[in-house]
Design a protein around this ligand. Structure first.
Ligand SMILES: [Mg+2]
Length: 469
């Protein structure tokens, strides 16, 4: 039976700040980075995991990953880890000394996310299934056992979760077949970065419509007049049937899947994202001023920990037909619990590696399903799209049972560095990862690591030489 013997950690940084990719009102200069770990065993079995940062500080996360991973060395994969993934998660969270530098937030939490994801990747590889398939094939009891349960029983109990899952159990197969055929709905963010010119925004929006997308997100919050101008450019393209791909008919903006989303005449939906720049009142005033571009929701209008602030913004914007979404910086399941309890969000945006891995994500998926709030995961960066398609498939097939109103973020950057990159089909939807050996789809090419490892990979060493010269 395999035992964890060692691990490798890599600080990998991509120079995305050179092109303005990923720029928004808060994050103006991002080098998309991966704090990457491979768990090794005394057999061929390995587990890859990572968490995402945007550059400086990635080395600090790598140091924390080392501390977390050290505790797994010597563990038997089957008996100590896979047999009860909820217990494994509790063990990973409970180092009495590491806990002090959280608990359950910040660097230590995202580092734990990288390692927990590596354990899940290894588990899926050991069973020769992609991660989503491993999890949807669990019995309801196994799925409940895999989640993180501490501190959330006032929102959902294990018994309630079990009952919910059992109701969905009999129809899982149908949903699996349907999503394999259609793909999982996606939306595009890469057209609307703040650092892009109007021409680039228009060109990328047209390309996205032609690819079959019908939900689009734009970054806002630096300048209101500028946001309205850019929003109108995007709306003028997405609302015009002439840009639809050949043979595609406009969708009914009042249909069940689009109701309440402020869809335009072709059934296209615009979302806006402020990346936390405003105070609560400022957010309300600013977003009211964007009513004419008809957004479905404002994402991250204020500080990510401010649950009551989000609730106040949601209440104030409701009469204007604009919803509230957040979650990519919600650091643990308790923040999501309170956002749901306080009626603060219309859309729940989990992040695959800000939460501490698959086990904690499952807890949030269960709570969101109970509260009837759709989960539209955060993605982009590097590796996040590869991860989140698995989570949305788990949500659809085994937990919420619906994908009609969900959309999963898609950003077309850096997929070429992954051995099994995510992909989008002709309908503008994510394809279902299918290879029995791909685990959680997060394995990076060794050549990419060799090129972009900070600071001595060939790319960064070459740049240092240029700067000296
Ligand atoms: Mg965002």
């Amino acid at each position: 039976m395999p035992k964890i013997t060692d691990f490798e950690i890599h600080d990998v940084r991509f120079p995305t700040s050179l092109t303005g990719d990923g720029t928004d009102a808060m994050n103006t200069d991002c080098d998309y980075s991966s704090a990457y770990i491979t768990l090794l065993t005394d057999t061929d079995l390995v587990g890859h995991g990572m968490t995402f940062t945007i550059g400086r500080g990635n080395d600090i996360v790598c140091s924390a990953i080392r501390e977390v991973a050290n505790r797994l060395v010597g563990k038997s994969t089957e008996d100590d880890l896979f047999a009860d993934m909820g217990k494994t998660w509790d063990f990973m969270m409970s180092d009495p000394q590491l806990r002090w530098i959280g608990p359950e937030k910040g660097v230590i939490h995202i580092a734990t996310g990288a390692v927990n994801n590596a354990v899940w990747d290894m588990y899926a590889r050991a069973r020769q299934k992609p991660l989503w398939k491993l999890v949807v094939d669990f019995t309801p009891e196994e799925l409940v056992r895999s989640a993180a349960w501490r501190y959330i029983s006032d929102a959902i109990t294990k018994e309630e979760a079990l009952e919910m899952l059992k109701k969905k159990e009999g129809t899982k197969k149908e949903r699996e077949e349907k999503v394999r055929e259609l793909g999982y709905p996606a939306y595009v963010t890469s057209a609307g970065w703040l650092g892009y010119s109007d021409e680039k925004v228009a060109r990328l929006t047209k390309e996205a419509v032609a690819m079959g997308f019908n939900h689009f997100k734009m970054k806002v919050g630096a300048d209101q007049a500028n946001d309205i101008r850019r929003g109108k450019i995007i709306r003028s393209i997405i609302d015009d049937p002439q840009h639809l791909p050949p043979g595609v008919q406009p969708r009914d903006p009042n249909g069940e899947d689009l109701k309440g989303k402020n869809a335009g005449p072709t059934g296209s939906v615009l979302m806006i994202d402020a990346n936390q720049v405003w105070d609560v009142k400022q957010a309300i005033d600013y977003v009211k001023g964007l009513e004419e571009i008809k957004p479905w929701f404002i994402e991250e209008p204020t500080a990510p920990d401010d649950i009551l602030g989000h609730a106040a913004i949601r209440k104030a914007l409701k009469p204007h037909g604009i919803g509230v979404a957040t979650g990519e910086h919600a650091h643990n399941r308790m923040v999501f619990k309170q956002l749901l309890q306080a009626d603060a969000i219309d859309v729940c945006q989990i992040d695959s590696c800000r939460l501490a891995g698959v086990s904690e994500v499952i807890s949030v998926l269960l709570m969101s399903a109970k509260f009837g709030v759709p989960v539209c995961p955060h993605a982009g960066g590097v590796g996040l799209c590869e991860y989140v398609i698995h989570l949305s498939l788990i949500d659809y097939i085994a937990i919420s049972g619906t994908m009609e109103r969900n959309v999963l973020e898609y950003v077309d950057h850096l997929h070429e560095h992954f051995v099994t990159p995510c992909s989008i089909n002709k309908r503008g939807r994510y394809n279902v990862p299918n290879k029995p050996t791909e685990g959680y789809s997060i394995e990076m090419f060794k050549s990419s690591i060799a090129e972009f490892e900070w600071p001595n990979g060939s790319y960064w060493a070459g740049r240092a030489k240029q700067v000296k010269a």
